[in-house]
Design a binder for this molecule. Structure first.
Ligand code: FMN
Length: 214
């Protein structure tokens, strides 16, 4: 069965993409306004795309009334934000922070996040998050009137003590109860894990006894 995106509404494309591209990591983004009011909201159109420079991208849509989301307007103004990652313990408060509260409300306070001062930027990170990235916007790509892709550089990273070995930089996965977004109100923890070894061309061809022209 084929779904021709040229013939579908954007709502239907959203349905198909967001229910099949799963699970998606969740960026719980913290920002701050010029009066010091703290803002936080989850974004699952999110991933890392490079390490030189360390680059993450967020997909932020306008509200149905055509206004920018608070995260979007604050990043547009200051270019500074923290991406906090979400584990099981944070899931419920992350969901509270997705409510469309007016910008005057301190969403750290409403969702129960503890602010910790960032080292390089003004918005604080969330103490309860297992991992946080202090970020500065590189460029915002305006895909259309409604949709921004915020490309940003990770300036520095904070991880909960004991999560990452400072010598090897290996993560202790048993201690990282990260949550991914599925679709609608569904989420998935990272439980069953399996390994697939990668091969070079030579190793694979030899193992499978294949030659050019076979
Ligand atoms: C798990 C989750 C993921 C979300 N991902 C996105 C997203 O990728 N892009 C988007 O525009 N809104 C997304 N939202 C909706 C925003 O979080 C919501 O509109 C929020 O009110 C924005 O808050 P702000 O105005 O403080 O930025 C998501 C909501 C949830 C619960």
């Amino acid at each position: 069965m084929e779904f021709d995106f040229g013939k579908l509404t954007s709502k239907d494309r959203y349905k198909l993409l967001s229910s099949t591209v799963i699970p998606r990591p969740i960026a719980l983004v913290s920002t701050i306004d010029e009066n010091g009011v703290l803002n936080a909201a989850p974004y699952s159109f999110f991933n890392m795309f490079a390490e030189e420079p360390a680059t993450c991208v967020l997909g932020i849509q306008k509200r149905p009334d055509g206004k920018y989301k608070d995260t979007s307007s604050l990043i547009r103004k200051s270019g500074e934000y923290v991406i906090n990652l979400v584990d099981m313990d944070l899931a419920e408060s992350m969901n509270i922070s997705s409510i469309n509260f007016d910008p005057e409300y301190d969403e750290f306070d409403l969702a129960g996040f503890t602010p910790v001062a960032s080292r390089l930027i003004a918005p604080p990170r969330i103490k309860e998050a297992p991992v946080s990235f202090e970020c500065r916007r590189t460029v915002t790509l305006q895909l259309n009137e409604e949709r921004d892709l915020v490309v940003g550089e990770v300036l520095t990273m904070h991880a909960r003590d004991g999560l990452i070995d400072p010598e090897t930089l290996y993560l202790d996965r048993e201690k990282y109860d990260v949550v991914g977004r599925l679709y609608a109100d569904l989420y998935a923890p990272l439980r069953e894990v399996f390994s697939l070894k990668s091969s070079t061309q030579e190793e694979w061809l030899e193992k499978h006894n294949k030659k050019v022209g076979d």
